[in-house]
Design a protein around this ligand. Structure first.
Ligand code: PLP
Length: 396
């Protein structure tokens, strides 16, 4: 028998499974609200103009494709650090940043590093969370638990529950926090609540791992980044995963970064040396193209201004769609879903039950997850009214 003969078949990725079912659905009116990808007003994945222009500049001045340093393109790393922590932040001298394969790659480098550095630690993620958090940290060898987050009754954050669970966690526990645009619920903490989380994390000696996959999708690059800066400047050791998949619409380039804020510059140097081993033994060094694109956009004042503009356009369109959805639902007789307009980011926890989500799919070709998560960023003027009528129909 082959050495692989006993390998069991792994369950399908739930989101991928939805997309496969969507693709196979003959319904001409079908709408895919399952995937976590921003689409423009015409339902297409955008190529941002700032990225197109950056690409053009790179093509006009083609460069040979040597290996990058293990920790990534130096100009990219510098630009990301400034974006995440501020150009003249006092924390930069004790912070290291490595280029990563998207936000997921950043989380994995961080997880592998933490697992070696703090083998006794456990990980807490929000309940619910992005479905890959649990799998990624479990695969890295951690035991993963949850802290309370979503309050289904109140349609918001169970903040008391969250703080109680964080306060009860043993020192050294790694706490994964969504820096903004919580996936999947769409509910973020207020500035005051973040301050309480920081106090609790500090008092309990916890290790915050901020996952920043949607910087710029809630309010602005600066406002969304404020939480990260507040944590970093408080003096605790922490990790930050950055992703440009959504903010630059560079999903397939796999471009992100992991930053670690350390106690001092000497500690930072030692941490960097260990992170480089994680990278070296996994894929040796990161790819060039996405890093060059992101660096060009981040460092050229004209392209950067264009990016800020285009990012604002994506954010505003999503907000407008939230309001369109609420108004359309009200017109269809559903008056208790106004909370959708208070949520932020690409996703909405719709409050629809599994049965209603199945009926949406099977009877109307509207695809969201069984837990009721829909991607508001996939709505547009051509499909939103249909989606409203479908939701009204399954709500009965
Ligand atoms: N973290 C969260 C909370 C996400 O929602 C996502 C993407 O959906 C990621 C990380 C990963 O992003 P990337 O595609 O850059 O790996």
């Amino acid at each position: 028998a082959s050495i692989f003969s006993a390998v069991p078949l792994a369950p399908r990725d739930p989101i991928l499974g939805l997309t496969e079912a969507f693709n196979a659905d003959p319904n001409p009116a079908k709408v895919n609200l399952g995937v976590g990808v921003y689409q423009d007003a015409t339902g297409k994945l955008p190529l941002l103009e700032c990225v197109r222009l950056a690409e053009q500049r790179l093509a006009e001045n083609p460069k040979p494709r040597g290996y990058l340093p293990i920790d990534g393109l130096p100009g990219y790393v510098a630009a990301v650090r400034e974006l995440v922590f501020g150009a003249d932040s006092p924390v930069l001298r004790r912070t290291i940043t490595v280029q990563a394969l998207g936000g997921t790659g950043a989380l994995k480098i961080g997880a592998d590093f933490l697992r070696r550095t703090a083998p006794e630690a456990t990980v807490l993620i929000s309940n619910p969370s992005w479905e890959n958090h649990e799998a990624l940290f479990t695969r890295a060898g951690f035991s993963v638990g949850t802290y309370r987050y979503y309050d289904e009754q109140a349609k918001g954050v169970d903040f008391d529950g969250m703080i109680a669970d964080l306060a009860a966690a043993p020192a050294g526990t790694v706490v994964v926090l969504h820096a903004c645009c919580h996936n999947p619920t769409g509910y973020d903490l207020t500035a005051d609540q973040w301050a309480t989380v920081l106090d609790t994390v500090r008092a309990g000696g916890l290790v915050p791992f901020l996952d920043m996959a949607y910087q710029g999708f809630s309010e602005s690059l600066e406002a969304d980044g404020a939480v990260v800066r507040q944590f970093a400047e408080s003096g605790i050791a922490m990790l930050v995963a950055t992703s440009f998949s959504k903010s630059l619409s560079l999903y397939g380039e796999r471009i992100g970064a992991l930053s670690l804020v350390c106690a001092d510059a000497d500690e930072a140097a030692r941490v960097l040396s260990q992170d480089k081993i994680v990278v070296r033994t996994n894929y040796s060094n990161p790819p060039t193209h996405g890093a060059q694109l992101a660096t060009t956009v981040l460092t050229d004042p004209e392209l950067r201004a264009l990016w800020v503009d285009e990012l604002g356009g994506m954010r505003d369109r999503i907000k407008a769609m939230r309001h369109r959805l609420v108004a359309g639902l009200e017109a269809a007789g559903i008056t208790d879903m106004g909370f959708i307009a208070t949520q932020v980011g690409m996703f909405s926890y719709s409050g629809l039950t599994k049965d209603q989500m199945v009926a949406l799919r099977e009877q109307h070709g509207v695809y969201g997850t069984d837990k009721g998560r829909i991607c508001v960023a996939a709505l547009n003027d051509n499909n939103v009214d249909y989606v409203c009528r479908a939701i009204a129909a399954v709500r009965g």
